[in-house]
Each structure stands twice: as structure tokens, then as C-alpha cells.
Design a binder for this molecule. Structure first.
Ligand code: HEC
Length: 168
């Protein structure tokens, strides 16, 4: 590439970067309306739940494949997801019950049992603990007046591009 071409593409890149910056800071979100363009993104509770749903599915198939490292990973991810639920949404509207109380009340114990079962490689306890977690998910939905969101043991695996069998 000649020096001239190089200069031309460098200035094109600067122009592009400027466009990207202008495009991002010129957004019309709530932050921009408030004159605050650095306002942090706050994931909605429904969005966090969709991630929990994914992890709940993957956890089941990891356990069925006796892939205990993967199962433990998904248990940890679920735990972090619930930390985010409590951190971002300690309460919800003016409901009398709140995620900051319901999460420790309902999901901490089943997650601990799942971790213990995965540590021991105990499929039977894993399945029982998974069902207890699923009930806890539904109990919280019920308590928060979202009882129509019911979860269950997954019946098929939508993640065809991920390997669930234990590897090296
Ligand atoms: C703190 C109580 C609580 C716990 C525990 C909880 N959920 Fe939820 N979940 C909610 C609430 C509240 C909503 C509705 C959120 C909204 O849309 O604003 C919800 C919504 C959902 C949805 C619907 C999301 C969508 O957009 O379609 C799914 C799926 C879901 N939860 C799965 C789970 C799973 C799986 C677990 C357990 C691993 C779980 N939830 C545990 C409170 C909880």
C-alpha cells in the first residue's frame, strides 16, 4: 500500500470513528433526554429472566450428560444472574413482595443442593435439586403475580451448536 493510500484510509478511519461516536452520543434514549449521555444500561427484569431461562435449560442438559464442570458453570451463572436481579431490581413496583427477599428465601438453597450434587457427580440428587429449583422459580413467579410464567424440566435442547457431553 502506498503512503498516499495509507493516509487516505487512515483519514477514512478517523471519519468513521467520528461517525460512530456522534451516532452513539446522539442517541435519543432517556439518558440523552436528561442530558446525561453516560447513563449506564440497566437490564430489565424480564431480560435478566430470559438469561436465567437459558441457563436453566443448559443446566438440565449438562446434568443429563453428567458434564459436571458445565453444570457447575451454569449453577454459578444462575447465581450471578440472581445477584443481578437483586442488584438491579431489589423491588418491583409497589408489590408487597420483593426480589431482594424472595431470591435468598427461594433459590439459594436449591442452588447449593445443585452445586453439592454436581460436586459429587450424583445424578439422582441433581435431578431432585433441579426440580426444587424449578419449583422455586415458579413459586417466585406466583408470589410476584407473574404465575402465568411457568417453567418446567426442558423437554428438548434448543442449543444445537453447543456440546453438552463431557470433553477434555
Ligand atoms: C425474584 C423472583 C423470581 C425468581 C426467583 C425467578 N423469577 Fe423468573 N420472573 C420473575 C418476574 C417478576 C418476572 C416478570 C418480569 C418482567 O417481565 O418484568 C419473571 C419472568 C420470567 C420469565 C419470562 C421472561 C420472558 O420475557 O418471557 C421466565 C422464562 C422466567 N422468569 C424464568 C425463570 C427461571 C427459569 C427461574 C429460576 C431458575 C426464575 N425465573 C426465577 C421473578 C422471578
Amino acid at each position: 500500500m502506498s503512503v498516499l493510500n495509507c493516509r487516505a484510509s487512515a483519514s477514512a478511519m478517523v471519519a468513521l470513528a467520528t461517525l460512530v461516536i456522534v451516532g452513539c452520543t446522539g442517541s435519543s434514549g432517556a439518558g440523552a433526554a436528561a442530558g446525561n449521555t453516560t447513563e449506564a444500561y440497566v437490564p430489565g427484569l424480564g431480560e435478566l429472566m430470559s438469561l436465567q431461562q437459558m441457563r436453566h435449560i443448559k443446566l438440565w442438559f449438562a446434568g443429563q450428560a453428567q458434564n459436571w464442570p458445565l453444570a457447575t458453570y451454569e449453577i454459578d451463572e444462575l447465581g450471578e444472574g440472581f445477584d443481578d436481579v437483586v442488584g438491579f431490581h431489589p423491588t418491583l413496583g409497589n408489590r408487597p413482595v420483593a426480589p431482594r427477599d424472595l431470591v435468598p428465601e427461594l433459590v439459594v438453597e436449591p442452588l447449593d443442593s445443585l452445586r453439592a450434587a454436581a460436586d459429587r457427580g450424583d445424578s439422582k440428587s441433581f435431578d431432585a435439586a433441579f426440580d426444587a429449583l424449578t419449583s422455586a422459580c415458579n413459586d417466585c413467579h406466583q408470589a410476584m403475580e407473574f404465575g402465568f410464567n411457568r417453567v418446567q424440566r426442558p423437554t428438548s435442547n434448543p442449543y444445537a451448536n453447543q456440546v453438552f457431553t463431557p470433553g477434555q
